[in-house]
Design a protein around this ligand. Structure first.
Ligand SMILES: NC(=O)c1ccc[n+]([C@@H]2O[C@H](COP(=O)([O-])OP(=O)(O)OC[C@H]3O[C@@H](n4cnc5c(N)ncnc54)[C@H](O)[C@@H]3O)[C@@H](O)[C@H]2O)c1
Length: 272
């Protein structure tokens, strides 16, 4: 199997790393970046051939030759331009998989040859450490077997969830952008720990250990976030006092997810 990564930046790199860890038999990886410097950096990191499209204008065409899967990892505004560049040379069997936020199946199919199979995905950065979540949906020319083959491939790098395209922006608001919410919470917990009297290093150690431990408990079989919260909260105790202050958080998180979802829809409209 040949897998081409066009735009081997942070997200595509995380997926490549996951696939490399899986030691897939008979699998070849090739990739491109824009600048010579980023291609050299990526080649060093992943120990594969990475060509620079900014130096070699045929780099993307060479990478897609005979590829089974082409993963598009450029910024949303660059996706259709890149697809237009490769459209005529893609083989009919090649499945085009995009990781870009907000770029719709229709926008991709509009610049590809009729019938080209497309899969739209939304990964997240914990894929870098083997703990990612990837949402995916099929394009209109993608049959169940092709979708399954992409899902099975991505399963090697992350946990996958198939959704309807209509849910993709909501999924982006939860899991695509979600790691940033958790990192932001970690930053504020550390700051609050320092404010409460801890030194910075101790606050960081405690905050990160607590978030990692809580995440591990959430991943246990039959874990229920509400039950886990109740088990920490003694009547009239310290947690209850803290949670009273966090009451507005529910509404804020909902607002955040809806803002991310709506921004994705807005970006899609801007790209039309
Ligand atoms: N970073 C995230 O958390 C995240 C999560 C989910 C999805 N995404 C999506 O992933 C995509 C890439 O984001 P990123 O954060 O990895 O960005 P990035 O800047 O790290 O990577 C983009 C890569 O594309 C390359 N590139 C640009 N033009 C090119 C061209 N014409 N040919 C070949 N390579 C080219 C650049 O050299 C760079 O390596 C975006 O569409 C984004 O919406 C990102």
């Amino acid at each position: 199997m040949k897998i081409a990564f066009l735009g081997l930046g942070s997200m595509n790199g995380s997926i490549l790393h996951g696939l490399q860890q899986a030691n897939l038999p008979n699998t070849t990886f090739v990739a491109t970046c824009h600048s010579e410097a980023s291609a050299a950096r990526a080649a060093e990191t992943y120990q594969i051939t990475v060509e620079a499209s900014g130096v070699n204008p045929d780099a993307n065409l060479a990478a897609i030759e005979s590829a089974d899967v082409v993963l598009i990892g450029v910024k949303p505004a660059q996706v259709t331009g890149l697809l237009s560049e490769i459209a005529e040379d893609l083989e009919p069997k090649t499945i085009v998989v995009s990781v870009a936020a907000a770029v719709t199946v229709a926008q991709m199919e509009a610049v590809l040859k009729p019938g080209q199979p497309v899969v739209r995905t939304m990964p997240n950065t914990p894929t870098q450490v083997g703990a990612g979540v990837i949402g995916l949906c099929a394009g209109t020319n993608t049959n169940a077997e092709q979708l399954k083959s992409v899902q099975e491939l991505l399963d090697q790098a992350a946990q996958t969830v198939v959704v309807d395209e209509a849910q993709m922006d909501a999924l982006t608001g939860v899991s695509g952008s979600g790691p940033a919410y958790v990192f932001h919470f970690a930053e504020t917990l550390i700051k609050a720990g320092v404010e409460a009297g801890l030194d910075e290093q101790t606050a960081q150690e405690l905050a990160i250990g607590t978030i990692a431990g809580a995440a591990k408990m959430l991943q246990q079989d039959n874990a229920d976030p509400e039950n886990l919260r109740v088990a920490v909260t003694s009547p009239n105790g310290t947690t209850e006092a803290a949670l009273r202050q966090l009451a507005p958080m529910g509404e804020l998180v909902e607002k955040a997810v809806l803002a991310a979802r709506d921004r994705a829809a807005e970006i899609s409209a801007e790209l039309d």
